[in-house]
Design a protein around this ligand. Structure first.
Ligand code: 8YV
Length: 323
């Protein structure tokens, strides 16, 4: 039997690449440089499966192919707002993602960010490294207590729930959630959470707000200046979802004028480009999209793509089909 051809657009963990090479006629991107749109379009014509990541923009232009060879896009990652859904549907492509296997690690990074910004860990680290630390004093880098506070979670899917588990069971936090559909009461009860209908209702109640909703057009600038104004003046905003969910210009204003306490971001609009003014904000923690960056999660994500490919090429509906 001829092995299907697959294009892997970035370097993946070695164990997964080895399995891909054994099972498929696999082409790897040994330079690990993101493909240009024209190369991606070319890939749609030449490979049975294309395996992209968040760094590949699969906009409508990439799908302007009359007879694509590609039948499946096996995305490495749970979020897929970088793939133009309408065009993929028009071409009859199957698109899969990698949920579950990164939920715990992404929630761990959201907790890391929440603790870092509240306890001023980024500022402290910069101070120590710069040789500016003059010693202990009662008024030095005094932050905000996290334990027992109220955490608002926007988007209560798998990652949002892992965040609630850590915050509620580990830190005794009260949990308020906003989600586009009603969450089952037994799920809410597990985390002592209450659900509110709107983001407007959630924001004024919370000491911390963590974003766990999908990106894409529907949630672009969900946190805009009007909503940032609804946050408490000493509240913190955490984003491990997608950069576009926050209007960064409005966030910069809020941070600079101190209308919120601070923010912590793992994702950025137009990343890896960072808006220069963000860098000026001391009450901001920034990480370079590390949500799923553990050996365990990254391998599991790769093997989950392999599971989806196996289903697809055996004529079954892939378990993580999203389109
Ligand atoms: C991934 C993520 O590493 O899975 C996601 O949606 O945001 C990341 O944690 C990245 O998307 C890889 O494609």
């Amino acid at each position: 039997m001829i092995k299907p051809s697959v294009l892997v657009t970035r370097r993946w963990p070695a164990a997964v690449e080895a399995q891909l090479a054994e099972t498929y006629n696999a082409t790897f991107n040994s330079a690990d440089v993101p493909l240009a749109a024209c190369e991606m379009r070319d890939a749609m014509k030449r490979f049975d499966a294309v395996l992209p990541t968040v760094t590949d923009k699969l906009g409508a232009d990439v799908f302007e192919v009359t007879k694509p060879q590609a039948k499946i896009i096996g995305n490495y990652g749970v979020g897929y707002s970088h793939i133009d859904e309408a065009s993929a549907r028009d071409l009859g492509l199957t698109v899969t993602n990698t949920p579950d296997v990164l939920s715990e690690c992404t929630a761990d990074i959201a907790m890391t960010l929440m603790l870092m910004v509240a306890r001023r860990a980024g500022e402290g680290e910069r101070e120590v490294r710069d040789g500016r630390w003059t010693g202990w004093r009662p008024t030095h880098l005094v932050g905000t207590k996290v334990s027992g506070k109220t955490l608002g979670i926007i988007g209560f899917g798998r990652i949002g729930q892992e965040m609630a588990k850590r915050a509620h069971l580990g830190f005794g936090m009260k949990i308020v959630v906003q989600n586009r559909s009603q969450v089952a009461s037994e799920v809410l009860d597990t985390y002592g959470a209450i659900q509110v209908d709107t983001v407007e209702e959630l924001l004024p109640q919370c000491d911390f707000v963590s974003l766990h909703c999908p990106g894409g057009a529907a949630n672009r600038h969900l946190m805009n200046s009007a909503r940032l104004d609804l946050m408490k003046q000493d509240a913190f905003l955490i984003n491990t979802a997608r950069g576009e969910v926050i209007d960064e210009h409005a966030l910069i204003q809020a941070l600079m004028f101190g209308t919120i306490g601070g923010a912590a971001l793992d994702v950025f609009d137009g990343e890896p480009r960072i808006a220069p003014d963000l860098v000026q904000c001391d009450n901001l923690v920034m990480l370079p999209h590390l949500g799923s960056a553990t050996r365990e999660a990254r391998e599991a994500m790769g093997f989950r793509v392999l599971d989806n490919l196996e289903d697809f090429f055996s004529g079954r509906n892939p378990r993580d089909r999203v389109i």
